[in-house]
Design a protein around this ligand. Structure first.
Ligand SMILES: NC(=O)c1ccc[n+]([C@@H]2O[C@H](COP(=O)([O-])OP(=O)(O)OC[C@H]3O[C@@H](n4cnc5c(N)ncnc54)[C@H](O)[C@@H]3O)[C@@H](O)[C@H]2O)c1
Length: 443
């Protein structure tokens, strides 16, 4: 069988899963032919890992300035983009212009202008963009889709959705590049793109209008929290900070071999610090956000995201014409790139409960999940890279329109927080292609 040729751009924590597929689990159908990053250390590290873990041969490496040369010389069919969010558009657009299809990590991009460039280039070139919404593939989330499609609560009239990020993984966004909106679009885009995509897909609906309020109250130098914890005089990063023993948020890059090799040892190439103080300066993202969203199906959603909570996961309830469906989930504790399973579901904290109108309530046994992001990572990889993925009644494969419609809720929320008024999605980006929607039984 002729193997498909792939290159990867952006070689941080998330990219490892794709390398593992190309040189390990999916190597019968995939060939990794190039690696690109702006950090030479992480490119060299990836080739060391390929040799150590899979006894593989080194893959040609290219600095970010030589991306075009990589495409010309290695002739990939598909470019996998896992850089910092703010550079996704640059590589997605250029890859399509050079004749490649694209697989990109979420968020597809971070603002309306970059999103328009991607949409326009996809129309112009006819190339495809897949956005890797792994949550859709997580068994309990697929099960919720299954139940809604079957019309278990009829037509959905409103949704209450509350996502909690904890003081491990949630706090970590305030240490890394994510803490500046120019890099990530803030948590409304970077993180909530997952949540808004789930709702668009669960409801088979498109967001129309967004009203939002938010602030940063817990992290940062102005919150007063460092002083409440007695951390006066803290350093601007954990490495070398005198409060190491006393601070709940201290991250020891030296102690974790993955973090040391991937970030601390690579600082000398790009000056990027992975462990900036969560109570430091130079951050502008919110840690508490509240939204109301209106959908083209007529449904409304009230949504909140809080990033400083003792546990991580979410509570969602769908209120429909035939009853109410509740789904709660507690996720495992980790921080990105520390080697632990990312966002696994805790079985005893995950439930689906059905309240039909005029009949008794019942708990529905939850589809079991194992592995990263609620068990979504592995089925996603199989779907992306197997030569003949099975037919999917849930239409989980997300394209450029899904990528756009999920980030645009967050982009609209950012704008609404700024101007203090509701924002319409159709005024942000034009010519978004039609999304293929699953039918929902309404009665
Ligand atoms: N789907 C998920 O559940 C999930 C989970 C984690 C991360 N992600 C996404 O994956 C992407 C990467 O996240 P991460 O946690 O690996 O971050 P990271 O900081 O560990 O890695 C980012 C990499 O991009 C490289 N990079 C930065 N600027 C670049 C440029 N101009 N050109 C080329 N490379 C550049 C960095 O050197 C680094 O190697 C993000 O978009 C993030 O949203 C998705």
């Amino acid at each position: 069988m002729k193997r498909k040729r792939y290159v990867q751009v952006g070689l941080g924590g998330r990219s490892f899963m794709y390398t593992e597929a190309f040189v390990g689990t999916m190597k019968a159908s995939c060939e990794l032919v190039g690696l690109c990053d702006n950090n030479r250390g992480r490119m060299e590290l990836r080739n060391q890992q390929i040799a150590e873990l899979w006894k593989g041969k080194p893959v040609p490496v290219y600095s970010d300035r030589r991306f075009d040369a990589m495409i010309r010389e290695q002739k990939p069919e598909v470019v996998v983009v896992t850089t910092k969010d703010c550079f996704h558009d640059k590589y997605i657009v250029r890859a399509m212009e050079l004749g490649c299809d694209v697989i990109t990590e979420k968020p597809m991009t971070i603002d309306a202008k970059k999103c328009q460039r991607i949409i326009d280039t996809a129309h112009k070139t006819g190339r495809t963009v897949r956005v890797t919404f792994n949550y859709r593939y997580s068994p309990p989330r697929t099960q919720v889709k299954d139940l809604l499609m079957k019309g278990i609560i009829g037509e959905v009239i409103s949704v209450d959705f509350h996502w909690l990020l904890n003081t491990d993984h949630g706090a970590d966004y305030f240490r890394r590049w994510h803490r500046e909106k120019k890099n990530s679009g803030g948590l409304m885009v970077h993180k909530a793109t997952h949540h808004f995509d789930l709702v668009n897909w669960w409801l088979s609906a498109q967001p129309v209008e967004v009203m939002a309020m938010g602030a940063r109250r817990f992290y940062g130098s102005e919150s007063g929290m460092a002083e409440r914890y007695g951390l006066q005089g803290h350093a601007e990063r954990c490495h070398g900070c005198r409060h190491g023993k006393k601070c709940h948020f201290f991250l020891n890059l030296e102690k974790n071999p993955n973090m040391k090799r991937g970030y601390l040892d690579c600082e000398r190439y790009d000056g990027y610090f992975r462990d900036r103080c969560v109570f430091g300066k130079t951050m502008d993202i919110e840690d508490t956000m509240n939204l109301v969203v209106r959908y083209d199906s007529g449904a409304f959603m009230s949504y909140s995201l809080n990033a400083f909570v003792p546990w991580e996961g979410y509570k969602i309830a769908f209120n429909g014409t035939k009853g109410r469906l509740e789904h709660d989930c507690i996720e495992s504790v980790y921080i990105s790139g520390d080697g632990r399973v990312q966002g696994g579901t805790i079985p005893q904290g995950t439930r689906i409960r059905h309240y039909p109108h005029f009949k008794p309530v019942r708990d529905i046994p939850v589809w079991q999940s194992k592995g990263g992001h609620g068990g979504g990572d592995m089925p996603l990889i199989v779907n992306l890279f197997s030569p003949n993925p099975p037919r999917d009644p849930y239409l989980r494969a997300a394209g450029v329109a899904d990528g756009a419609l999920s980030i645009l809720v967050g982009v609209a929320a950012n704008k609404s927080m700024r101007i203090g008024r509701p924002v319409r999605i159709d005024q942000l980006v034009k010519n978004i292609p039609q999304v293929r929607r699953t039918p929902i039984k309404k009665w």
